[in-house]
Write a protein that binds this ligand. Structure first.
Ligand SMILES: [Zn+2]
Ligand SMILES: [Zn+2]
Length: 334
């Protein structure tokens, strides 16, 4: 089969490797759609840890074509979405942290390929009502839900601000709305992304190149700030800016992934004085199943900006990093 191998920097090669066969407990998936994640791009830019050579892509969906010993053959033909690793459910990290941090089970991913081997414990069956391309966004949706779950119960009717209208920002808007947030302000300079905020439930759209978002939030909240302020880009300066717009006892939420080693340029006295809680979450946490159930309640029409064959993976990563569209897919069998 063919795979797209990341070789370090922006170099991707298309290689032919032996056709994988599922070992006991494993499943072979034929990739229908494999989403390009910000972390895939960040790895090629040296902003997210990764060791080449690696087949990137962890947001893949497709039908099961073969199962290993001990796996129910009824899975064959079913579309599945997969977590990044099988979690043992028994180690310290599984019990006290999340499935994402299992100390025993390796990551089985590598979705920029014609086929992927996964452990059967990674498998979530995609309902027939959900098209596979949409289902490929389960993992990013799970990242958002896992992060918002950290907030506990959300104050119904409160104000929220989301900075960044990429897929994670839009999903954040959508999930906050489903959870009863009142007014949601979305701030995003790209007009295509910004206008998409409406279908997810954003009430106020802000182009920060035209209207300063701090002024806007102050006007809308009589200077008090929002209960929930989300940074969904991954830029420390933006996180700092969002922190200035949180009301007392509000939450600063990190959905974006800032580069490893970045410091937060904020006045910590403000955090103390305003009693702000800051929270982040790593990956899908334990929220994968919840995300699969939530996706049908979100309007994802039009968020996929392009599908690329495997041979064009490098170009797809490049276009994806330009920030013009929302979500791009690698589709090895189109
Ligand atoms: Zn991802
Ligand atoms: Zn474990």
């Amino acid at each position: 089969m063919r795979v797209a191998t990341w070789r370090g920097g922006s170099e991707i090669t298309i290689d032919t490797v032996p056709d994988p066969r599922p070992a006991p407990g494993q499943v072979l998936l034929k990739v229908h759609s494999s989403g390009i994640c910000g972390t895939d791009i960040h790895k090629t830019q040296g902003l997210f840890p990764g060791i080449p050579p690696e087949v990137l892509g962890h947001e893949f969906v497709g039908p099961v074509v073969e199962v290993g010993e001990g796996v129910d053959p009824k899975l064959i033909g079913k579309n599945i979405a997969c977590t990044l690793n099988a979690s043992c459910g028994e180690c310290q990290s599984c019990m006290t942290w999340s499935a994402m941090h299992c100390e025993r089970e390796p990551r089985l991913a590598g979705g920029f390929a014609e086929y992927v081997i996964v452990d059967q414990r990674q498998v979530h069956i995609v309902p027939n009502s959900l098209d596979p391309e949409t289902a490929a966004m389960t993992e990013p949706a799970a990242c958002v839900i896992s992060t918002l779950n950290m907030l506990g119960e959300i104050e119904v009717g409160c104000d929220a601000l989301v900075v960044g209208g990429g897929l994670l920002g839009l999903l954040t808007v959508g999930v906050l709305k489903l959870r009863g947030v009142g007014r949601i302000i979305l701030s995003e300079p790209n007009p295509t992304r910004l206008s998409m905020g409406r279908q997810f439930g954003a009430d106020i759209l802000n182009d920060p190149t035209e209207v300063d978002v701090v002024d806007l939030v102050n006007d809308l909240t009589d200077g008090h700030g929002v209960k929930i302020g989300v940074e969904a880009v991954g830029v420390p300066e933006l996180v700092a800016n969002v922190s200035k717009m949180i009301r007392p006892r509000g939450n600063l939420v990190l959905v974006g992934v800032s580069p490893q080693g970045s410091a937060l340029p904020v006045d910590l006295y403000d955090f103390h004085y305003k009693e702000i809680t800051m929270s982040g979450a790593f990956g899908a946490g334990d929220a994968f199943g919840e995300a699969l159930e939530t996706l049908p309640n979100l309007n994802l029409a039009g968020v996929v900006s392009g599908r690329f064959p495997l041979e064009r993976t490098a170009e797809a990563l490049q276009i994806s990093s330009s920030g013009t569209g929302v979500k791009y897919m690698i589709a090895p069998h189109d």
